[in-house]
Unconditional design. Structure first.
Length: 94
């Protein structure tokens, strides 16, 4: 994982800028980067929260579905809450 990308992610998180957070975190979830399971979980939470902040529940659900290794058997309340929030968005608004 590129440290400059992480710094950009942390800057976006500090600014609470969902439109910046989501694509950076989603990019860092790419399998070409070596990340621990905890890092993957943080990145997925950041990406989902960013998409939801930007009003794009469809992309939040998509990134959830594209990361089954992180979501399967994961009882993290933050992840489950983000997933539930994305699902509760009417399909017409996704």
């Amino acid at each position: 994982m590129c440290s400059s990308d992480l710094i950009e992610l942390f800057r976006a998180v500090a600014k609470r800028d969902g439109k910046q957070i989501a694509p950076i975190a989603a990019n860092l979830l790419d399998p070409k980067f070596t990340t621990t399971s905890q890092q993957k979980k943080y990145l997925l939470i950041a990406a989902m929260a960013g998409y939801l902040m930007a009003g794009d529940a469809g992309k939040a659900l998509d990134i959830w579905q594209r990361n089954p290794k992180v979501t399967e058997n994961n009882n993290d309340l933050n992840l489950r809450l983000l997933y539930a929030h994305a699902l509760s968005t009417p399909p017409s608004a996704r």
